[in-house]
Design a protein around this ligand. Structure first.
Ligand code: PNS
Length: 163
């Protein structure tokens, strides 16, 4: 039984995240998508952690070996608690590399029994990020094709609320 943990802030989940989760689910017996509270990221997340968990759950409902849970601990602690031996991260471009390299090194130092592995983004999602999607939605632009439909609807609803 090989279990991987796929962590992120997922504020909100994008089609790029879904692609990485689907590909991880094809490689491992079980994948735990771990949604970090990340209270300080980018001035605070747009969606609560429970909303982000629900949006990821909706996006991966067709994948029987994937579960979603919130976390607010060290990532290696969550991996230990869930018996996951691999951390899966998506890598879009060289610009992601430095931060991901640092996190992988730190996590390895904290627990050398847990390996970080990277799944390279497909080209059509290499430019895609949660922050870009939020900015487009905030200005009333279309995010169709960039995020799951339920996320698009949640972004539209949230943009209306904050006007
Ligand atoms: O989607 P993000 O914001 O790039 O995800 C970052 C995340 C949540 C994976 C990272 O911040 C994280 O692992 N947070 C948990 C705390 C932790 O373990 N920090 C030490 C590793 S650098």
């Amino acid at each position: 039984m090989k279990r991987a943990v796929c962590p992120g802030t997922f504020d909100p989940v994008t089609n790029g995240h879904v692609d990485v989760i689907e590909r991880a689910a094809a490689l491992f017996d079980e994948v735990v998508v771990a949604v970090a509270l990340s209270p300080d990221k980018g001035g605070g997340p747009l969606f609560t952690v429970d909303e982000r968990v629900a949006l990821v759950q909706g996006a991966i409902s067709g994948l029987p070996n994937v579960t979603v849970r919130p976390f607010d601990t060290l990532l290696v602690e969550l991996a230990q608690q869930t018996d996951a031996t691999v951390i899966i991260k998506g890598l879009r471009a060289v610009t992601d590399f430095e931060r991901e390299f640092q996190m992988a090194q730190l996590n390895y130092r904290l627990d050398p029994g847990i390996e970080t592995m990277f799944i390279m983004s497909v080209p059509e999602y290499a430019y895609l990020s949660s922050s870009a999607v939020k900015e487009i939605a905030r200005h009333g632009g279309s995010v169709a094709g960039l995020v799951p439909d339920a996320v698009r609807e949640a972004l539209v609803a949230r943009s209306k609320q904050s006007r």
